[in-house]
Design a protein around this ligand. Structure first.
Ligand code: FES
Ligand SMILES: [Fe+2]
Length: 384
């Protein structure tokens, strides 16, 4: 919590202690808005999908009127999950797999075997517990606490930055799943700096200068910045060429930069001139994280004869694996009882913004990021 330049990284326990992880599951992942799916996964009436939200999970449905709902994924009878996490169904009703209690797509209890002639059984009391849900540029967010302020309030100006990419009209043409043996915060911290790029990402440095760009200084529950493309490079790919078409609403700057933003706690959005890559992190344990990575392109790109998204997917799959390899080594290194939190470099201001959000959360304050820190070494704390 000290000023940038004097502060140290989070305590080792934040990365290795299962008790800290349990706290984060309750308060970060289950205690406010988090992204759980894409709108195209719940597009039609009857579509259903379950995803983890901290300690529990959520059941998403699209009802007959096209309205999106989110429910605690637990049956009102004796608690069975309505759908296993990470799976989907398409059905006109929600049927619990245990004793077949049946719910409508908007959560009302429609049938419970054996209760039909029980005069004291009030079915209207036993509907599913509904949670706040909202769609933002083609992504679905759920508030596991049921009490958070509107998502738009906490994103602030990010909406203006993201809007020209028209994510809601893009089509996912590439998808990878990864399971890493690293704490979710190590992955996010790694995303927020390119201090490591010259050392572990030769492919990335060929197309984008690692020290280019700046971080945003606007407040909200997100952190991010941009980097430039080198002259002659059209996008992030192994040879810098694009095999798609540029996104139609981008200005000159959008066509020459890549924007990297993280929405607390679990979403990394990378905005390219011709595609958008999204990493959705799902923490599995203090030292294990599932990552879904998708690549979405304009419909005009997919309409091109023989369109192949490999140019983008391969580039980032190589880069992702270089990152996960480094993050997994950080996890192993931090498991040493001799690991002590170190200082951040002047190039790691976005890491500072992120860990300060986490630290505020640990102290019971809103994680809200006040904006870009200035480097301050006027009163450095001792090294230990
Ligand atoms: S627990 Fe769902 S019907 Fe019994
Ligand atoms: Fe990296």
């Amino acid at each position: 919590m000290a000023p940038f330049g004097q502060s140290r990284m989070l305590p080792r326990a934040a990365y290795v202690d299962p008790a800290v992880f349990a706290w984060e599951q309750r308060h970060f992942f289950g205690g406010g808005w988090m992204c759980v799916a894409r709108s195209d996964q719940i597009a039609q009436p009857g579509d259903q999908r379950a995803e983890a939200t901290g300690e529990g999970s959520v059941l998403l449905t699209r009802d007959d009127e096209g309205v999106l709902h989110a429910f605690a994924n637990t049956c009102r009878h004796r608690g069975h999950e309505l759908l296993p996490c990470g799976t989907a169904a398409q059905q006109k009703v929600i049927i619990c797999p245990y004793h077949s209690w049946t719910y409508t797509l908007d959560g009302g209890l429609r049938a419970a075997a054996g209760f039909k002639n029980q005069p004291r059984f009030a079915a209207e009391r036993w509907g599913l517990n509904e949670l706040p849900v909202t769609e933002w540029h083609g992504l679905i967010f759920v508030d596991g606490s049921g009490a958070a302020p509107p998502l738009a309030d906490s994103l602030g100006t990010l909406d203006e930055i993201v809007a020209p990419y028209e994510m809601e009209r893009l089509i996912v043409a590439g998808r990878h799943e990864y399971e890493t043996t690293a704490n979710w915060k190590i992955l996010t911290e790694n995303y927020h700096e390119c201090y490591h790029c010259p050392v572990i990402h030769p492919e990335l440095c060929k197309v984008s200068p690692p020290r280019s760009g700046e971080n945003y200084s606007t407040p909200g529950i997100w952190v991010g910045g941009w980097m430039d493309l080198r002259d002659g490079m059209a996008t992030m790919s192994l040879d810098g060429a694009s095999h798609g078409v540029p996104l139609r609403a981008l200005d000159e700057k959008g066509l020459r930069t890549v924007i990297y933003v993280a929405i607390f706690p679990n979403l990394l959005v990378s905005l390219h001139p011709d595609y958008v890559m999204v990493h959705r992190l799902v923490p599995l344990a203090v030292d294990r994280t599932y990552i879904e990575c998708t690549w979405a392109f304009a419909p005009e790109s997919l309409a091109q004869p023989g369109f192949d998204p490999t140019y983008a997917v391969e580039f980032w799959d190589i880069t992702n694996r270089q990152d996960w390899h480094a993050c997994e080594s950080v996890q192993r290194g931090l498991s040493s009882p001799h690991a002590v939190p170190g200082p951040l470099s002047p190039d790691e201001d976005a890491v500072y913004q992120f860990v300060a959000m986490v630290a505020r959360g640990y102290q019971g304050q809103p994680a809200w990021n006040p904006g870009l820190p200035s480097w301050d070494v006027s009163d450095p704390v001792p090294a230990r």
